[in-house]
Design a protein around this ligand. Structure first.
Ligand code: F6R
Length: 597
């Protein structure tokens, strides 16, 4: 992952880069660094840990340009030595890199044999030494371009030349945007981090390079000048405000009722119930098997969406982890492949999308970020209405991905819609039910405390409840650092019972309906083994004298039940994390945008 940044033409590049890096930290925060050129010297500042550890101000007279980097370690441990930017042996060139180089071991060995000195264990540093070896009488853009054919792998690269202060950017399979304002140019891994400073942005394509110098910004594809579309940037400071909440995560959980209303508006009609996505997805009649792909919470949203759809209509739909798909099945019998990604940049999801496209399968991206890589690769895009999600742990984007995917599948099966009045009413009621949970969630504090004291918990669910359990376990792991395992409730007796003690709370998700009785029976068996049991259900009676605590949800219909239960888990994970003093928005070792495989 990592976030890279470069700016040319600013009066105080250090301060600007430092504050922009804080907005890039969602891409990684195990170490960071800044390099500034005053044309005499490259001044370098690096720390292990987040950007707050970098000195506040660096007074460098004559500074005109610089690079910044925030890291999520791939090659080399998190440390100040492995923090970018890296310099060549003469300290004439500094580089920052996001991506993964496949052939860096060979490159590094041959550079060492030719007498280069490395200061880090990273793959990225080879860029600095390769550019050092390029012909110094060439223009900076030519020097960078001349070495790109030597590297294999992915990169968004920023290069700073000491003597001129110019910056060159290059992109291959890692995102890179160029921003402009009246006084200079920027390069950055995303728009969000530089939005307060620029008027327009350009999204580079693979193979593009950019030159930032006194004349402004010039773009190239290989060695040929190229023009790319420039988009105006709008910047809403309210989006990055915590709005009075202690953490972005909680703010984003509270936004969910509004996001559901936004997701339905203009798409779903309550009177004479219909779903219509034709404005957003024109000319899209599809029949046949649907596959949905994603990683982490996006996969969980896909699995939950697929399970809801198969309960509601007669549509074949399978959910797959993008990093673990079966190429033969993917290319064989799918009519439509749907890709869920909050960031639109997850490397494994983009790779799967490319496979589907090359097999001639219709592709749709459901994403939260307009102009992200996924929107440029997929044939069609359905934009989430979630708005910027700052917390690394997904909450509102999970909910909006589920809603958008279900709407898509229902819309594609228009013939069944007449029998789906209840579902549409359920979706409309959902935001009120979530508001109610938010009003009363403090009453769950005791349950959160029980969970926070455990080192291991199990979450059981059957059918529809299983994807809810998967997402819940991810929330407990990443927010509260508790080992949490989702298990299909019928499976817990086939081995996991051996781990049950009075110290291992089990949370059972029990939805009324066909298999409710089975879950009641499983809960009795768990209690007989002395494990504390918490039940989340729409039908509490069977558990009242059995479970240690019961939380009820209002809806008994698939969408309402699932998303109410999911929000209860988000709040429990948050409160457990608070009780343990966890950092909430920036959990250790994680990053929000996973741009490496
Ligand atoms: C968990 C979480 C991650 C992401 C995953 C995919 O809370 O946020 O598991 O869901 O990294 O990211 P996107 O949706 O950007 O493709």
């Amino acid at each position: 992952m990592c976030g890279i940044l470069g700016c040319f033409g600013s009066e105080n590049p250090y301060s600007l880069i430092r504050s922009s890096l804080q907005r890039l930290e969602y891409r990684g925060y195990d170490s960071c660094g800044v390099a500034i050129s005053d044309r005499d010297k490259i001044h370098s500042y690096k720390v292990s840990g987040p950007v707050s550890g970098l000195i506040q101000r660096a007074e460098i007279s004559g500074a005109i340009s610089g690079l910044g980097h925030t890291r999520w370690a791939t090659v080399g441990t998190p440390s100040a030595e492995n923090a970018h930017p890296f310099m060549d042996c003469n300290a004439d060139i500094a580089i920052v890199h996001n991506g993964d180089l496949d052939n860096f071991i060979e490159l590094r060995e041959s550079l060492l044999l030719r007498g280069h000195h490395f200061s880090s264990d990273t793959d990225s540093e080879v860029f600095a030494h390769l550019i050092e070896e390029s012909e110094s009488n060439l223009e900076p853009i030519q020097r960078v371009n001349s070495i790109l054919s030597k590297v294999t792998g992915s990169y968004a690269l920023g290069v700073l030349f000491r003597s001129s202060g110019v910056i060159v950017g290059a992109r291959h399979e890692s995102p890179l945007v160029i921003g402009t304002n009246s006084s200079g140019g920027f390069l950055c891994s995303d728009v969000h981090a530089i939005a307060p400073y620029v008027d327009h942005v350009i999204h580079l394509e693979d193979g593009d390079l950019a030159l930032l110098d006194t004349t402004g910004v010039s773009l190239f594809h290989g060695d040929k000048p190229v023009t790319r579309t420039s988009h105006p940037v709008s910047w809403d400071p309210a989006e990055v405000d915590k709005a009075g909440f202690d953490h972005y995560f909680l703010k984003e959980v509270f936004e969910q009722p509004k996001i559901i209303r936004n997701s339905l508006e203009g798409r779903v009609r309550l009177t004479n119930p219909t779903i219509d996505l034709a404005n957003e997805l024109p000319n899209m009649p599809i029949t046949g098997k649907i596959g949905v792909f994603g990683c982490g919470s996006a996969f969980n949203a896909g699995l939950l969406g697929a399970t809801i759809v198969s309960e509601l209509i007669d549509q074949e739909v399978g959910a797959h982890v993008s990093s673990n798909y079966n190429r033969r099945l993917l290319t064989k019998d799918l009519a439509l492949a749907v890709f869920l990604s909050q960031s639109g940049e997850t490397a494994d999801t983009l790779a799967t999308l490319k496979v589907a496209k090359s097999a001639g399968i219709k592709t749709i991206a459901i994403t939260n970020v307009p102009n992200s890589s996924i929107t440029r690769l997929a044939e069609f895009t359905l934009l989430n209405k979630a708005g910027l999600e700052e917390s690394v742990g997904a909450s509102k984007t999970f909910t909006s991905q589920v809603i958008d995917f279900v709407l898509l599948c229902l819309w594609l099966n228009q013939t069944d819609i007449s029998s789906l009045n209840d579902t549409i009413v359920d979706m409309h009621n959902l935001s009120n039910h979530l508001d109610h949970i938010l009003d009363t969630y403090q009453s769950m504090e005791d349950i959160a405390l029980t969970i926070s004291n455990a080192s291991s918990i199990f979450i059981i669910g059957k059918n529809l409840s299983y994807p809810i359990a998967l997402e819940a376990s991810l929330k407990f792991k990443e927010l509260a650092y508790i080992h949490a395992e989702a298990i299909m409730s019928g499976e817990i007796k086939h081995g996991t019972f051996a781990l049950l003690t009075s110290e291992t709370p089990v949370i059972a998700i029990a939805k009324s309906g066909d298999q409710y009785k089975d879950v009641v029976q499983t809960v009795r068996e768990i209690k007989a083994r002395n494990a504390p049991v918490i039940v989340i259900t729409d039908q509490a009676d069977a558990f009242l004298n059995v479970a240690d605590a019961v939380v009820t949800v209002e809806s008994s219909l698939p969408i309402g039940f699932s998303l109410e239960a999911s929000m209860i888990f988000q709040l429990l994970a948050y409160r457990a994390a608070i009780a343990k003093g966890c950092p909430i928005d920036r959990p250790r070792n994680l990053a929000k945008s996973v741009t490496v495989k």
